[in-house]
Design a protein around this ligand. Structure first.
Ligand code: ATP
Length: 254
């Protein structure tokens, strides 16, 4: 299932936040968006999952026009884990995750045993099965994040959009969540702040600067001294980690 964003522009208030931006996720690629605070990553993702209406451009997922399609049709294909997960009303954790099944149901359809089994499985995947009866609002930030991912997993998405999915998570759960997402073997577009995690998990990266793509390529192609200095205004050296064989980044700006 390919995601194709073509020449997308979004303005908020009077400011141009995303300008003529194009990107692609091919098939089951895990694609990362990296870039400094305020560069437009969330705005771009929100235009993809329909919270913001872009001024111009096209967004298609498997040839479905996401800008024109009804939200329910999109939710049958795409799961979303946004950046802020607070609610005005409280729900039990199990109810929250059950909401992931809604796009696959008709109005007034009751939840069935298969739905509940998917919910239990999703909660187990994120290590939250013991919290099923807890109130969602009583959870810590990291626990909420894992429940929101469980809701997206219960949705059985064919494509996932993640906005800083490891925000709030300790290192165990950062790795666990990204491993779960990677193993789903579906297309993923994720905004990530941690460049080492982006390098470890992403097949391809887009670097966003002031609402435009400043660089794109594999992690080794784009996480370079020059790009990091240009986009993040931080001096660094990159190296091959001798223990893991992965790309390492040593930050030198004091
Ligand atoms: N309603 C709005 N009116 C004007 N500007 C806005 C509005 N909403 C967001 N912005 C601005 O748009 C810019 C991009 O915000 P966005 O949340 O997309 O950035 P981001 O790259 O996701 O940042 P972060 O890494 O901090 O999450 C920011 O400068 C933000 O202040």
């Amino acid at each position: 299932m390919n995601l194709d964003v073509k020449r997308l522009s979004v303005s908020l208030g009077r400011a141009d936040i995303v300008s003529d931006l194009s990107l692609k996720v091919h098939g089951k690629q895990f694609v990362g968006l990296i870039g400094p605070n305020g560069c437009g990553k969330s705005t771009l993702l929100k235009s993809i999952y329909k919270v913001i209406k872009p001024d111009r451009g096209e967004v298609t997922l498997a040839n479905t026009d996401l800008i024109k399609s009804p939200p329910k049709k999109i939710a049958q294909m795409m799961g979303v884990v946004g950046q802020f997960n607070d609610l005005s009303f409280d729900f039990a954790v199990r109810e929250m995750v059950l909401m992931g099944r809604t796009p696959h149901k008709r109005m007034l359809d009751a939840d069935n045993a298969a739905d509940l089994a998917l919910v239990e499985q999703a909660l187990r995947q994120v290590g939250m099965e013991r919290y099923a009866d807890r109130s969602y609002l009583s959870l810590s930030g990291g626990e909420k994040q894992r429940v929101i991912l469980a809701r997206a997993l219960a949705q059985e998405p064919k494509f996932l959009v993640l906005d800083e999915p490891t925000n709030h998570l300790d290192i165990k759960y950062q790795l666990q969540i990204l491993n779960i997402v990677k193993r789903l073997d579906i297309g993923v577009l994720a905004a990530l702040h941690d460049l080492s995690l982006a390098a470890k998990y992403c097949d391809y990266l887009y670097v966003v600067k002031q609402g435009r793509i400043a660089a794109e390529g594999t992690p080794r192609e784009v996480i370079t001294r020059r790009v990091i200095a240009d986009v993040f205004e931080v001096e660094c050296e990159t190296y091959m980690n001798p223990v893991t064989g992965e790309l390492g980044i040593a930050y030198l700006t004091s």
